[in-house]
Every structure is written in structure tokens, then in C-alpha cells.
Design a binder for this molecule. Structure first.
Ligand code: SAM
Ligand code: SF4
Ligand code: SF4
Length: 360
């Protein structure tokens, strides 16, 4: 395993960024009027699995350990972000549960007061080791959980994730199902020839544990650059497959949520589809990302990054002005946000970072 300092994005010049950072009383508002309420914090690029659509099997260039933000640094940024209107912090990765101080991270962020009271601390995880850590995470203030599971077939899981650990994931899901965290969401990326013949089985599994399954259209974020628009499984195909087993009725009132939802056979169960490619929800996007190595990204597909690490570690800050400079960089990042991802544009370029180093 190699750990080399990799400079992955194109860094936006700090001085120029600061000049552009206008103050909007509504908080983090971009030039398209989108108010940002959700900060996704990647805690590590490492992972216990190697899902084919996210990471290479071998030869990944890991972020240098020295570049990974400390918990103090993360909390410092989160406090400023909350003061600018961020209400939900979603911890992700890589696999966030691999972070040794994950409980401390949750505890310290959950104590932050947002504009409307305590912030929400959510997590997206592959579920491995969740069963052991969940009680402490809930005690620390975790409020929501998304667990990723793309197949309930052991061999297919091992092929897809290159690790034979489906039982560990089942254990994590069982612990989450037995906990008070609701709604419990399970995420599955729909893939041709991998799980597209088992989509209804996944939904039935989720219903059985009292969770809501949400299918995600596969996006071009894999390290191998093998994604193909022509062969990806679309929202329409997902709905068609589920429609063969159940009647689906659209649930109104989606708001800014990424998932469209359908009621299954009149309820109470629902299934969601996040059609990131064929019906993108960029117009309502309210999220920004902080990578494990301290780069702010305004979009999953952004090629620019805004360097918080240099600010946090490199620049002498006059006491009292440090928060202002973090706030300026957050605003600059938001002001640089494009209207959407343009995956279908012939000039589209897949970001240099794989999904594990961006934070899904
Ligand atoms: N390791 C955790 C997990 O798998 O839940 C958190 C990080 S993972 C990058 C977050 C989410 O991104 C997962 O639900 C995963 O399925 C999704 N994801 C990863 N690569 C993707 C891709 N190429 N297209 C769509 N979703 C992807
Ligand atoms: Fe790991 Fe999550 Fe990526 Fe799978 S999707 S390799 S579990 S970070
Ligand atoms: Fe937001 Fe970018 Fe995702 Fe669109 S592609 S929803 S703008 S992060």
C-alpha cells in the first residue's frame, strides 16, 4: 500500500477567491440562487471494500496520512459552516467507520449549534463494523444513517466489492434496524449484469428490515473510467423492473431531495430513485463537500478545489480573523459552482479523484 501526497484537483487561487466572496445574508448562496444547507465531510479515502464503480482493485494512490484533516480542523470548519447556514453534516469517505476517532468526530460536530438549533449529523457507510460502533455513535449524537448494499447475493457481493464481507454488512444493517435511527435508508447503485436482475429482491430485503431502498444511477466516478452512458441502468429501467412485482405510485412533495419516491402497493413502504444522470437534480442542489485532505468542492464533478488546508495549517492567522478567512473560502467555493454536472456534454471530463477520495 503506497501513501503519496497527491494533488488531485485544480486549486482555485485563494486571494482571487477571497475577492470574489460576496457576503449574502442568507448564507452560502451561489450565483444560481441555491442556498446550501448540507456539507459532506469525507473522513478518509481508505475503505474496507473495493467496489468496482468507486475504487481500483489495486494501485490506488492514497492520500498522504499527513494531509488528512485532524478532528480539530474538521470541527473548526464545521463551526464556521454552521454559522453560514449549514444544517446537516454528512460524514462519508471512503469508509467513515475506518476513522479511529469516528465517535469523537460525531460527538463534537453534533454539539454545534446551527441557525435553527443543533445541527444534524448523518453518515453514509458500507455497514462493516457498524454493529460494534453504533451504540457509541448514537450516544455521541448521530441522527441519520444511510447504508450501502448493492446486492444480497454473497458471490455477487464478493465480485462487486472484491471482498467477501456481505455477512458483516448484514450485521450492520440488523443493528441499524434495531436502533432508533429513522428513516433508515439503504443505497444501491444499479448496474447492468451485476444486480439489474435483482432490483426487486433488494427492495423486498429493505422492506423486511424496515428500511427504505434508494437506487442510485451509476455516475462516471470510477477509478477505471469504465462508465458507459449507453449501458448504464436508467431510472426508467429501474421503475420498469420494480413495476413487474408491485404497483408504484409517485409520492408528491419531493422538494430539494435527490430521490424521487414511489409508494409500493399503496404503502406503507416506499422506494426511491436518485436519477443523477438521466434526471439530475442539480437545480435544487444544496450540498458542498470537504475532502479528507481539506479541499472544498462545490460539486461531485467539479474540477476546481478550494484549499482549506493551506489556510488551516500554512497561513499565520490573526486571532479573530481565522474564522472570517474560512468563511470567505466557503463563500468563494459556492460562488464558483456551475449550474450542473454536464455529464452528457461532449466536453465532459471525469474528475481526477475517484469517488472514495471525493466523498459520496
Ligand atoms: N463507503 C461508504 C459507502 O459505500 O456507503 C461511503 C462512501 S461511498 C463513496 C458513498 C456512496 O457513493 C455509496 O452509496 C456508493 O454506492 C456511492 N457511489 C460510489 N461510487 C458511485 C458511482 N460511481 N456512481 C453512483 N454512486 C456511487
Ligand atoms: Fe468503499 Fe463506499 Fe467506495 Fe464501496 S462505495 S469502495 S464501500 S467508499
Ligand atoms: Fe449538486 Fe453537482 Fe451533484 Fe448536481 S452533480 S446534484 S450540482 S453535486
Amino acid at each position: 500500500m503506497t501513501a503519496v501526497p497527491v494533488v488531485i484537483g485544480r486549486r482555485a487561487p485563494a486571494a482571487e477567491s477571497r475577492e470574489r466572496a460576496a457576503v449574502d445574508p442568507r448564507g452560502l448562496v451561489d450565483t444560481h440562487g441555491r442556498v446550501h444547507r448540507d456539507l459532506r465531510i469525507s473522513l478518509t479515502d481508505r475503505c474496507s471494500l473495493r467496489c468496482t464503480y468507486c475504487m481500483p482493485e489495486q494501485g490506488n494512490e492514497w492520500l498522504a496520512r499527513t494531509s488528512i484533516l485532524s478532528t480539530d480542523e474538521i470541527v473548526e470548519v464545521a463551526e464556521v459552516a454552521a454559522a453560514l447556514g449549514i444544517r446537516t453534516f454528512r460524514l462519508t469517505g471512503g469508509e467513515p467507520l475506518l476513522r479511529p476517532d469516528i465517535v469523537d468526530v460525531v460527538r463534537r460536530i453534533s454539539r454545534i449549534q446551527g441557525e435553527d438549533g443543533p445541527v444534524e449529523v448523518a453518515m453514509t457507510t458500507n455497514g462493516i463494523s457498524l454493529a460494534q460502533k453504533l451504540p457509541a455513535l448514537i450516544d455521541a449524537g448521530l441522527t441519520r444513517l444511510n447504508i450501502s448494499i448493492d446486492t444480497i447475493d454473497r458471490q455477487r457481493f464478493a465480485d462487486l466489492t472484491r471482498r467477501d464481507r456481505l455477512d458483516d454488512v448484514f450485521e450492520g444493517i440488523a443493528a441499524a434496524a434495531a436502533s432508533e435511527l429513522r428513516p433508515l435508508k439503504l443505497n444501491a447503485v444499479a448496474m447492468r449484469g451485476v444486480n439489474d436482475d435483482q432490483l426487486a429482491d433488494l427492495v423486498a430485503f429493505a422492506m423486511g428490515v424496515g428500511a427504505q431502498l434508494r437506487f442510485i444511477e451509476q455516475m462516471p466516478l470510477d477509478a477505471g473510467h469504465t462508465w458507459d452512458r449507453a449501458t448504464m441502468v436508467t431510472r426508467e429501467e429501474i421503475l420498469e423492473a420494480l413495476g413487474e412485482r408491485w404497483s408504484l405510485e409517485p409520492v408528491p412533495g419531493r422538494g430539494g431531495a435527490p430521490a424521487e419516491k414511489w409508494r409500493i402497493d399503496g404503502g406503507p413502504h416506499e422506494v426511491g430513485v436518485i436519477a443523477s444522470v438521466t434526471a439530475p437534480f442539480c437545480g435544487a442542489c444544496d450540498r458542498l463537500r470537504l475532502t479528507a485532505d481539506g479541499q472544498l468542492r462545490n460539486c461531485l464533478f467539479s474540477n476546481d478545489e478550494y484549499d482549506l488546508t493551506t489556510l488551516l495549517r500554512g497561513e499565520a492567522s490573526v486571532p479573530g480573523q481565522r474564522d472570517d478567512r474560512i468563511a470567505d473560502l466557503l463563500r468563494s467555493c459556492i460562488l464558483g459552482k456551475l449550474p450542473g454536472h454536464a455529464i452528457d456534454d461532449p466536453s465532459f471530463l471525469q474528475p481526477a479523484r475517484g469517488m472514495n477520495a471525493i466523498g459520496g
